[in-house]
Design a protein around this ligand. Structure first.
Ligand code: 5GP
Length: 190
């Protein structure tokens, strides 16, 4: 998606060979127009996939997920990282190792919002080693629902997540595929 790649070139900050900071438009300050274009793009790519729900992880997945849900006309569920006092019932949960925070945490979704009839589109901001996506897949499996696809805003193709999800047979659509961050430069795959 050219507008996204342009934004990454202009406002992305390469923190290391492994980490790209995009807090000017995705992870802290959010560019609503770009999010809308991202939502439109995911919705177009998954238009024929029979999606009934979108699942993401708080916080940074919510903006692209909600714009996609708006376009597809389906609800958006975000897995919560912290147990809320209002979430008192049994939860579907999985543990996830955070690439950026380097800590293990638990993410959870109430089973009231996912059923075995659902065809779920997973949306997330980044794909690195795929731990967040695998945790969401596990939760969706626990609900007996089907993973219909995975939409990623920025894929770091030099890390293992994409290859592993491909090998498991999931359909992954990434809007920007970063080939390398070496030397402080962002280069894209296609
Ligand atoms: P994974 O679970 O695929 O290893 O990592 C994906 C998660 O880690 C995303 O949800 C995202 O929050 C975070 N993440 C991974 N790599 C980066 C990065 O280069 N920059 C930022 N801002 N977040 C990242």
């Amino acid at each position: 998606m050219e507008a996204l790649k342009q934004k990454i070139r202009e406002d992305g900050i390469v923190l290391s060979d492994q980490v790209l900071k995009v807090d000017a438009f995705l992870n802290h300050q959010i560019d609503p127009q770009l999010m809308q274009q991202i939502g439109d793009e995911f919705a177009a790519r998954f238009a024929e996939a029979g999606i009934s729900k979108i699942v993401t992880i708080e916080a940074s997945g919510i903006a692209p997920a909600i714009m996609t849900g708006l376009k597809l006309g389906v609800p958006v569920i975000f897995a919560r990282k912290h147990q809320s006092l209002t979430l008192t019932e049994h939860l579907l949960s999985a543990s996830v190792y955070s690439f950026t925070k380097q800590v293990e945490s638990t993410v959870a979704i109430s089973p009231r919002h996912l059923s075995r009839d659902d065809r779920v589109l997973i949306i997330d901001d980044f794909l690195a080693n795929g731990k967040a996506a695998q945790a969401l897949i596990s939760i969706i499996d626990q609900a007996g629902a089907q993973v219909a696809g995975i939409g990623i805003v920025i894929e770091k193709s030099f890390q293992s997540g994409r290859q592993e999800l491909d090998a498991q047979g999931y359909r992954v659509e990434s809007l920007a595929r970063v080939k390398s961050l070496a030397g402080g430069q962002v280069s894209f795959l296609d």
